[in-house]
Design a protein around this ligand. Structure first.
Ligand code: UT7
Length: 333
């Protein structure tokens, strides 16, 4: 029997219209444009309005994906939503998106891989396709990070924004698509990056709200060091075991948490910045949204057969890298 690969056959995306600039932020907390630009590389981030959840963005990304790929929602068999900011603790955000987009024949579930969520969901979705039993899988991935951002904490509030991307995975017997994946979790990062309340260990109470425990807590310097070494090691592992040199790589797509992290990882891999997809200056860190939004924006530049290396790192710590051979030329209209 021929080997079945899972290939991305289309991509949709959604970024909210409202923009929060560095100048506006500097009126809320003690910060400034110069610090944010030089230490992180962000000029502005997009913010989803109050009362709207991640499913609002996911629904729009999926609708665009279905239109671009001319896919009947009734043909989708699996929909995975990678997010750390679900609309509600339950039901899943995937189930809300499926309902909004008319996917009535799909099994749905959420994947929580923090900022590495897209890679985790993509590998999971690809395994459905590789099994031979499923033909159309949607992976929708993104976060409303501004819903868990503490606008009284200047060390985290400039970092985050909101966005969602969605891809369609289909089977192929060509040597394209998701060709290799390296995913890891070590669990040591809990003290350095977490949200302290709102789960079963520490449910919401007056006290947790008063103590502002429903927001991202991050020890930036520690996280920075792990992000660089883990992402670089994961990408180097994937490149090494697939005999890919920097010349074979068409594009390197890292998680967008900090321009300096991206630069340091690219240097370690010896991949020139012209081959590195970066859009952090316009969106900030949208967690599970960063990599799909990069793919969405760069779709027109991608060609069939391009070797793409994706790398991500997030809370847990949870991280990984993925080797993707792109499946089609240019933008699907
Ligand atoms: O997405 C998943 C994982 N997350 C990451 O990968 C993020 C990793 N961490 C980072 O990107 C960086 O550590 C941050 C951007 C969060 C912080 O940058 P940093 O260069 O590590 O800054 P720092 O925390 O070491 O702070 C340096 C200085 C401090 O002042 P002193 O103590 O040197 O006087 C801070 O108080 O910068 C100060 N500072 C600020 N100044 C102006 C911290 N935040 C701000 C701010 N504006 N917003």
């Amino acid at each position: 029997m021929e080997k079945i690969n899972a290939v991305i056959t289309g991509i949709g995306g959604y970024v909210p219209e409202d923009i929060l600039t560095n100048e506006e932020l500097s009126k809320i907390v003690d910060t400034n444009e110069e610090w944010i630009l030089t230490r992180v590389g962000i000029k502005e981030r997009h913010v989803l309005g109050k009362g709207l959840g991640t499913s609002y963005m996911g629904t729009r990304a999926v609708r665009q994906l279905l239109e671009k790929t001319k896919t009947d929602p009734m043909d989708i068999e699996v929909i995975l939503c990678a997010t750390t900011t679900p609309d509600y603790p339950f039901p899943t955000t995937a189930s809300i998106i499926a309902h909004n987009t008319g996917m009535k024949n799909a099994c749905t579930f959420d994947v929580q891989g923090a900022c590495a969520g897209f890679l985790y969901a993509l590998e999971t979705g690809a395994n459905y396709i590789r099994s031979g039993r499923y033909k159309k899988v949607v992976v929708v991935s993104g976060d409303k990070m501004t819903s868990i951002t503490n606008y009284e904490d200047r060390s985290t509030c400039p970092l985050f924004g909101d966005a969602c991307g969605a891809v369609l995975l289909e089977p192929t017997t060509e040597e394209i698509g998701l060709l290799d994946t390296f995913l890891r979790t070590d669990g040591i990062g809990f003290p350095n990056l977490h949200m302290a309340a709102g789960g079963s260990a520490n449910p919401a109470s007056h006290e947790t709200v008063e103590n502002r425990q429903h927001f991202v807590y991050q020890e930036g310097r520690v996280v920075f060091k792990y992000a660089v070494s883990y992402m670089a090691d994961a990408a180097a592992t994937i490149m090494g075991r697939n005999n890919l040199t920097k010349d074979d790589v068409a594009w390197f797509i890292p998680h967008q948490a900090n321009w300096r992290i991206i630069d340091a990882v690219a240097r370690r891999l010896d991949v020139p910045m012209e081959k590195v997809i970066v859009n952090i200056e316009r969106y900030g860190n949208t967690s599970a949204g960063t990599i799909p939004i990069c793919l969405w924006e760069w779709e027109k530049n991608l060609k069939k057969g391009d070797n793409l290396i994706l790398a991500a790192f997030g809370a847990g710590f949870t991280w990984g890298a993925l080797y993707l051979k792109w499946g089609y030329d240019g933008e699907k209209a």
